[in-house]
Write a protein that binds this ligand. Structure first.
Ligand SMILES: Cc1ncc(COP(=O)(O)O)c(C=O)c1O
Length: 420
């Protein structure tokens, strides 16, 4: 058996399909974020602006968090040295779980080493421990949700993205006494769409289903204290399980779920991906806790973030750069064809110093290739102008723009302001 050849053949297949992933070395600078350096193909150091970081609020560069991380690391060391059950639980872990539970208005929270692991472990554990449980999952759900549902042999029913009529049709097919779980995201990261949470809650009540929401791209940003879309919609107590990350808007590392104390105890006791892994470093927990408190206290950062998103969209519009209208902070510029999308991204980086990741299949369906623009609270008007003009230049000529009356994007900014 020629093992190396087996691996090489599969890698070559990815390259032939155009889905092989090449990593750009983004040498991040806490001081100059979103500016970073990278080495070009000739080995020369170049500057570029990062337009695809999920460090939405720029908090990973915040001095008070860096200090807290250093302080806690000096006190507790770099790693926890154990699973939660075997010497890996510190006061920092417990304090962070308390903060997360309160933030999401739940009785408890449980830390994981990432939201991916939190999704896989929680969904798998629920499925394995409740074999009759039927999953109802939005077709656009994240890979970690799909993986979690696949990892158990439970029945699953996939509904079209945000399609409440189909969800209801599927719910009707399952006997009333059979346990059910509706799984969805609040903000969908690859389309920028937002789930109709109120309609989902109504269906869950009608058909006696549990609800599970991934708020990974919403925590830190939406709602009066930044707890997410559920807080913004004032429905925190109506959803059973919330999943979130500490690695995006919070700017640190890790993931979690928040739920009733019995459900948290259930996952803590049966979830293999929770039990059999070293816990988060205590200093990471300390920094994440400080970050959440800062987000709760200082609304200004979130205001700045949404106002940058609105300004970005206005600049794109004024420069004739077509983008999808959606109610979230994720700006999607459709670019038909994987090759064209990749080539545009290459030219933006090499000619304009703009780093935008091309999004192709299998991350999005074929035909929905796009450039996905993430504007953070740290982007400046000059960065936004430069991006809009560069896109105009590159897309000009063979790219159709739809010049309707310029719509108001105050919605995204106001989501935050309206909660005063
Ligand atoms: C919707 C969604 N859920 C979960 C995750 C996983 O989050 P983490 O990076 O904390 O593992 C991601 C990561 O990008 C995501 O986009």
């Amino acid at each position: 058996m020629e093992y190396q050849q087996l691996f090489t053949d599969q890698l070559n297949r990815l390259k032939d399909e155009g889905t092989y992933r090449y990593f750009l070395e983004v040498n991040k600078s806490a001081q100059h974020f979103p500016r970073f350096t990278y080495q070009d193909e000739q080995g020369n150091s170049q500057y570029a602006i990062n337009w695809c970081s999920n460090d939405y609020l720029g908090l990973s560069s915040e001095e008070s968090l860096i200090s807290k991380l250093g302080f806690a690391a000096h006190r507790s060391g770099t790693g926890s040295g154990g699973t939660r059950n075997i010497s890996g639980t510190t006061n920092y872990h417990k304090e962070l779980e308390r903060t997360l539970a309160d933030w999401h208005r739940k009785e408890g929270a449980l830390l994981f080493n990432g939201a991916y692991q939190a999704n896989v472990t929680t969904l798998q554990t629920l499925g394995r421990q409740l074999p009759g449980l039927v999953f109802f999952s939005d077709e656009r759900n994240h890979a970690s949700i799909i993986e979690g549902i696949r990892g158990c042999r439970n029945e699953k029913k996939i509904f079209a993205h945000n399609d409440m009529e189909q969800l209801e049709e599927l719910l009707k097919q399952v006997p009333a006494e059979q346990p059910k779980l509706i799984v969805f995201e609040s903000v969908y990261s690859m389309s920028g769409t937002i789930a109709p949470v109120n309609a989902i809650i109504a269906l869950a009540r009608k058909y006696n289903a549990l609800t599970y929401v991934d708020e990974v791209h919403a925590v830190g940003l939406y709602g009066k204290t930044g707890a997410g879309i559920l807080e913004q919609e004032n429905v925190q107590s109506s959803i059973d399980i919330v999943n979130g990350t500490l690695s995006k808007a919070i700017g640190v590392f890790g993931g979690y779920i928040a739920a009733s104390s019995v459900l948290i105890d259930f996952i803590r006791s049966f979830g293999r991906g929770f039990i059999f892994t070293t816990s988060l470093p205590p200093a990471i927990c300390a920094a994440a806790n400080t970050s959440i408190q800062l987000i709760q206290r200082e609304e200004q950062r979130r205001r700045q973030f949404f106002s940058n998103v609105a300004y970005l969209r206005q600049s794109l519009y004024e420069n004739g750069v077509d983008f999808k209208l959606n109610p979230s902070h994720i700006t999607i510029i459709p670019v038909a064809g994987a090759d064209r999308c990749r080539e545009l991204a290459r030219q933006l980086l090499e000619k304009q110093g703009i780093y935008l990741q091309p999004i192709n299949s299998p991350t999005v369906p074929v035909g929905e290739e796009c450039l996905r623009v993430i504007c953070t609270a740290r982007h400046l008007p000059k960065h936004i102008h430069h991006l809009a003009l560069s896109l105009k230049k590159l897309l000009h000529g063979d790219y159709q723009t739809d010049r309707q009356e310029f719509p108001s994007f105050a919605l995204a900014a106001g989501d935050c302001e309206g909660q005063d």
